[in-house]
Design a protein around this ligand. Structure first.
Ligand code: GLA
Ligand code: ZN
Length: 676
């Protein structure tokens, strides 16, 4: 495909701009334009929190100020991403319609204030949002500078009010076909005498209420995603009705747990997200931080495969809300910006353009500081990044193609969190997924990160850690993947429960997956933190195991690749392989350390015909493919230079010189090599 925004026809370099905070300073607004051009910015995100300026009193509207700003920007080559202002409510709205304010899990209604805290069920609130969105779309829908709708801001949270309770009951009524006994069965409410006789008796899981029914907890989380998506869809419908050709996005927050982004991402045209890593922290190596950011980019990229995504926000310099708000080390800004592009983003955008003088974000990093100068370190690094993006113009529209995927599943994640068993406070789902991704990345294999409902046919290998919820459809799709020749790797805690958290009978992994893997797990042993076991591979090599050990019974033809090295289940199988159809199903029954998993993957990559190569520590490599050919990005997250061999030769876009198979990258250095 071509550029994400054909009108701009470049990679986007921009950020959140809040001119409404400076309307009494025309000198500053004028200076903003001059400085944006100096920083090579071609886009500004406007109106994210502007409702009280658009509608200072109920029904009284004022858009001229925004029109002036958008006109000025456009005349200077700066396009606008326009937000709908539903991320924060004006005071008059809460004063008159208190139902718009959320109720917390304890059943207490919020006071007015803060942001991102609306009741998504409130009809009044939805109505007020619809009016302001319609007015905005009518006023700016045909503005030549408008390229994208930014729906609300960072949707999130839950509401436990009476309206939400009713809507939850309705959601359950629909899901369980109006049959309360179907719900009673799926939620296993015979336990502790929790049977319901009508849908009206069901409450949200108040923190001082029902917390013991796994099905209720999971359905509540699904409801929250559904209700938020429904609210978002209403906003999308409003702007699309006026501007069918302007795409929409909603900025996501990496792996934000309370919302299933697989569901939400279906409704938006373009994926975008806000990236705020804690670079250079004192508890993780830089290579790990970088690999985790890569993971976050990859899941965003995979929500809509075959299309670039947007890094909607990132911090110039620093943020203000982390426990320790350290400034970025020199060079890090460029690194983290280009890493986004390497991972498939066609935009580098910031929160925020200019620091405000007061309120909560007055010390949040910005391109322009209170100092107001353009010769600051941060401004120069931003401008350099803008220049770098200009050189990457041919990359626009190109995409990453992966032959490996990691299954990351919100339902399993939620249900594991709620599961009363194993390790109670943290079963390590996200960490385990990230670790597997990191092992592929360091061996030069980029993974997509997809849901169990994704089309799996592109992949040669799929790693599905701790896929706890396996319904009939997931089981069928995974079985088909293996039958068709794929290599599937699953682990302990796979397929314990079905769609609504009822345990599968007849052995885990359930739902028919036992045949695919050729085994069942008879017991799940949980180790105390200081306890360890070992896995011994058939090669004799041995690695540490912690946390979880399943005691496994294999079938006759299932191959055992590794056995336990200790405890009363010493010598019983830990890692197994089953040939099934034309493919291979590998089961990992315990939490084996990274070195052990890497050893196993090497064997599986080789068998699956997937090329791999260990990259130097802290080096990442991504390839984007597009109409202008292939672009190989090499990134060095280390504070020292690295030498890389086995590089694809071609024309390096920043230096304009040809490179061979060897590459030297300076600290935080990035090379982009254009090939055929
Ligand atoms: C989020 C929000 C922004 C801003 C930044 C600060 O991503 O969307 O409005 O508050 O955080 O880092
Ligand atoms: Zn509510």
């Amino acid at each position: 495909m071509g550029h994400l925004f054909p009108k701009v026809n470049k990679l986007i370099h921009g950020g959140d701009y809040n001119p409404e905070q400076w309307l009494d300073r025309p000198d500053i607004l004028k200076e903003d334009i001059r400085l944006m051009k100096k920083a090579h910015m071609n886009c500004a995100t406007l109106g994210v929190f502007s409702w009280s300026f658009y509608e200072p009193e109920e029904g009284v509207f004022s858009f001229q100020w925004l029109k002036n700003i958008m006109d000025d920007l456009y005349e200077n080559g700066i396009y606008t991403i326009l937000a709908t202002p539903s991320g924060a409510r004006p005071a008059w709205l809460d004063e008159k319609y208190p139902e718009a304010m959320r109720v917390s899990a304890g059943g207490v209604r919020d006071h007015h204030g803060q942001r991102h805290n609306h009741c998504m069920s409130s009809e009044v609130y939805r109505q007020k949002v619809k009016i302001i969105d319609q007015k905005l779309a009518a006023a700016f829908g045909s503005h030549p500078g408008l390229i994208l709708w930014h729906i609300s801001n960072e949707f999130g949270g839950e509401c436990y009010c009476g309206l939400c309770k009713k809507r939850f009951q309705q959601f359950l009524h629909n899901k369980y076909h109006g049959d309360i006994d179907e719900l009673n069965h799926e939620w296993w409410t015979g336990f502790w005498s929790h049977r319901y006789s009508s849908f009206e008796q069901i409450e949200p899981p108040y923190e001082n209420g029902e917390q013991s029914i796994g099905g209720l907890l999971l359905d509540w989380r699904r409801f929250t995603t559904w209700n938020t998506t429904d609210f978002m869809n209403a906003e999308i419908g409003t702007v699309h009705a006026v501007t069918p050709d302007i795409p929409v996005t909603a900025n996501f927050m990496k792996l934000y747990e309370p919302l299933d982004y697989y569901e939400m991402s279906k409704s938006v045209d373009i994926i975008s997200w806000d990236n705020y890593p804690m670079w250079n922290n004192d508890f993780e190596p830089q290579s790990k931080i970088s690999a985790d950011v890569s993971f976050d980019h990859s899941i965003m990229r995979s929500f809509k495969r075959g299309q670039p995504f947007m890094m909607m926000e990132s911090a110039p310099g620093l943020v203000n809300w982390q426990p320790y708000n350290q400034v970025r080390r020199p060079g890090m800004h460029r690194y983290t910006s280009l890493q986004a592009v390497a991972c498939g983003s066609d935009t580098v955008q910031y929160f925020q353009w200019r620091k405000g003088r007061g309120s909560f974000e007055q010390y949040h990093g910005a391109v322009v500081d209170h100092l107001g100068r353009s010769d600051t370190r941060i401004f120069r690094e931003v401008a350099d990044t803008g220049e770098a993006l200009l050189r990457l113009e041919p990359v626009g529209g190109s995409v990453i193609k992966a032959c490996a995927a990691l299954l990351f599943d919100w339902n399993s994640r939620w249900a594991l969190k709620d599961m009363a068993g194993g390790i109670r406070n943290n079963k390590g789902y996200e960490e385990t997924c990230r670790e597997q991704y990191g092992l592929f990345l360091k061996n030069d294999i980029v993974m997509d990160i997809v849901s169990p409902n994704a089309d799996l046919s592109d992949y040669k290998i799929i790693v599905a850690p701790m896929l706890y919820v396996v319904n009939a459809d997931t089981a069928r799709r995974l079985r088909a993947f293996v039958e068709d020749g794929g290599c599937l790797v699953a682990t302990y805690l796979t397929g314990y429960v079905g769609e609504n958290t009822l345990c599968h009978l007849g052995g885990f992994p359930g739902g028919g997956l036992g045949d695919v893997f050729g085994l069942y797990a008879e017991e799940l042993d949980t180790l105390y933190p200081a306890q360890k076991n070992r896995v011994v591979f058939d090669s004799g090599e041995s690695f540490e195991i912690r946390d979880f050990c399943e005691i496994i019974k294999t079938r006759e033809h299932t191959q055992v690749l590794a056995r336990y090295g200790g405890d009363f289940y010493e010598n019983t199988p830990v890692v197994t392989m089953n040939r099934y159809g034309r493919g291979t199903a590998v089961y990992v029954g315990a939490r084996i350390n990274a070195a052990g998993m890497e050893q196993l993957y090497r064997r599986l990559w080789a068998e699956s015909g997937i090329p791999f190569m260990a990259l130097p520590e802290g080096v990442e490599h991504y390839t984007r493919y597009g109409g202008n050919g292939q672009f190989d990005f090499y990134l060095n997250s280390n504070e020292s230079a690295v030498e890389i061999d086995g590089v694809t030769p071609g024309m390096e876009l920043f230096s304009g010189s040809r490179t061979g198979e060897h590459l030297r990258l300076e600290p935080f250095g990035v090379a982009v090599i254009a090939g055929a």
